[in-house]
Design a protein around this ligand. Structure first.
Ligand SMILES: NC(=O)C1=CN([C@@H]2O[C@H](COP(=O)(O)OP(=O)(O)OC[C@H]3O[C@@H](n4cnc5c(N)ncnc54)[C@H](O)[C@@H]3O)[C@@H](O)[C@H]2O)[C@@H](O)CC1
Ligand SMILES: [K+]
Length: 478
């Protein structure tokens, strides 16, 4: 869950939607000339479904997940998603009415046997359809609809007709009375026509739809708040053949949000912290002994940032209020302790753990904040660099007091530092300046930062002069 799905800014009008026939053809091409195996595709599809769910619904609030799996590959995606959700910290349950009983099958059935064995080894319960509570609203927080995908046609036959009815009855509950389970449909909301959608207007209305490979035509009619695309395996030959326009997946994400951005009630925006609690009695008497906070970290270590030194530096000397904060607890700390926590944040793979909000105020007393990057920390203080003509530098020259705030999402920690600020030595500044890439050096010299720029021509002129000074001629952008 370290990587985020991001949001595609591509309008839903410019995304391609597939006809049923095209979806089936793509399936055949992938598993024919392109050499994919069905289990490979299903694994990627199921993983992207689990990732999309985890993106929106946290296990601390939505732990109990029921996956209702159908007889085809859509059902297989549901089994795989449930396995990944287990590893993401959810408690999945499976209802798999057409599960195969015999172990020796070929093709798809063989795969489903493997999926079942893997889920059973994780202790994931399989609930027979007759044991499923008639009212799903008390038992589950999320229901994954993995009954039918793009090969569905006609009207649902038993027992799926009745299962779809149970999902429908969830929607008809009095929503003001209690929290109802979220419905997540894989690829197609089950019971919908693959191209025409919910033709009767009485089909299920999932809260989340995770389209796979490319959305099917019926997805145009999806009105729920969360539409994601998953199945990050489409090769260029298929994109070209079907003239597919698909949004890019950000970074290493297996899913990407498409459709409209979710409407967020800012007043209700609250992070559910799932990191282990840190109790008062666990705090060491000597803060230096509090070296390893009681958190476990992601084993994939990202490379620590190389220490940077340099020019136009500022150093904040921590005053009496240096607080490590986790949840609603605080601990006075030293820069040495900070360093250990910082190293933990780097090891946890957090993005830019050295980003910090710097707040200053000048002689007018009006505070201002901005994000800057920490460039060093030692027993004397915290170092960052700024152009001495910037607003922050001006304010610090008028009032050499500042606060720093680090916020390490994912670890549920923040660090607040308050103190007085002084310039670093010229020598340290020089070292830092020369350690920066050429382009940044030019940019730093030319930049007036937040001060008002008299005229663009003047600035261009300065750039030209600076570029001429540096033979490398690094590219510059204004
Ligand atoms: N690129 C792809 O093609 C990929 C497809 N995947 C998944 O595979 C799905 C398609 O899988 P399948 O082709 O196996 O088909 P489905 O999973 O859509 O379902 C086919 C099964 O449903 C039954 N069925 C159809 N209509 C019915 C009805 N009215 N009542 C009761 N049963 C009915 C069929 O007899 C068949 O057993 C996709 O939607 C997607 O979820 C993913 O696993 C990976 C990639
Ligand atoms: K489905």
């Amino acid at each position: 869950m370290a990587s985020r799905a991001g949001f595609s800014t591509q309008s839903s009008d410019s995304i391609s939607y597939l006809l049923q026939k095209e979806a089936a053809e793509i399936d055949e091409i992938l598993m024919g000339p392109l050499g994919f195996s069905v289990d490979q595709l299903m694994e990627l599809a199921g993983l992207s479904v689990a990732a999309a769910i985890a993106e929106v619904y946290r296990p601390s609030e939505y732990s109990r997940v029921l996956a209702i799996c159908g007889p085809g590959n859509n059902g297989g995606d549901g089994l795989v998603a449930a396995r990944h959700l287990h590893h993401f910290g959810y408690t999945p349950f499976i209802c798999y009415p057409k599960r195969t009983a015999k172990p020796l099958y070929t093709g798809l059935k063989c795969l489903q046997v493997a999926d079942i064995l893997q889920l059973e080894s994780l202790g994931v319960p399989f609930i027979p359809v007759e044991d499923l509570p008639a009212d799903l609203s008390n038992e589950f927080d999320i229901v994954v609809d993995a009954m039918f995908g793009f090969s569905f046609s006609g009207t649902p036959r038993p027992p799926f007709d009745e299962l779809i009815q149970r999902l429908l009855s969830l929607e008809n509950h009095d929503k003001t009375q209690k929290e109802l389970p979220i419905i997540v449909s894989i690829d197609i909301p089950s019971g919908w026509h693959v191209e025409e959608g919910d033709t009767t207007g009485e089909g299920i209305k999932p809260d989340m739809l995770v389209s796979l490979t490319a959305p099917k035509l019926c997805a145009k009619k999806f009105c729920g708040p969360h539409h994601f695309l998953g199945g990050r395996f489409v090769p260029p030959s298929i994109v070209d053949k079907y003239k597919l326009q698909l949004p890019p997946y950000p970074g290493s994400s297996t899913c990407v949000r498409i459709g409209k951005a979710p409407k967020i009630d800012i007043s209700a925006l609250r992070e559910n912290y799932i990191s282990p609690e840190f109790h008062e009695e666990e705090v060491e008497a000597d803060p230096f002994d509090q070296v390893q906070p009681p958190f476990s970290f992601c084993p994939c270590l990202s490379k620590p940032h190389a220490p940077l030194k340099g020019k136009k530096g500022k150093k904040l000397l921590p005053g009496p209020t240096c607080l490590l904060i986790w949840g609603n607890r605080m601990l006075l700390f030293t820069t040495e302790m900070f360093r250990k926590w910082f190293d933990n944040a780097v090891a946890a793979g957090l993005k830019e753990p050295n980003a910090m909000a710097l707040s200053t105020s000048g002689k007018d007393g009006k505070p201002s904040s901005r994000m800057v990057l920490l460039k060093g920390v030692d027993k004397d203080g915290f170092v960052w660099y700024t152009n001495y003509e910037s607003r922050k530098a001006r304010e610090l020259s008028e009032n050499p007091c500042a606060t720093l705030l680090f916020y390490w999402d994912g670890l549920n920690r923040q660090v607040r530092v308050e103190g007085s600020v002084q310039k670093v030595s010229g020598e340290e500044s020089e070292q830092y300046f020369h350690s920066r890439p050429r382009g940044s050096q030019i940019g730093a010299l030319a930049s007036k930062q937040s001060s008002v720029i008299a005229g663009r021509d003047v600035l261009h002129q300065e750039y030209r002069e600076l570029e001429a000074k540096f033979s490398h001629g690094s590219a510059l952008q204004i």
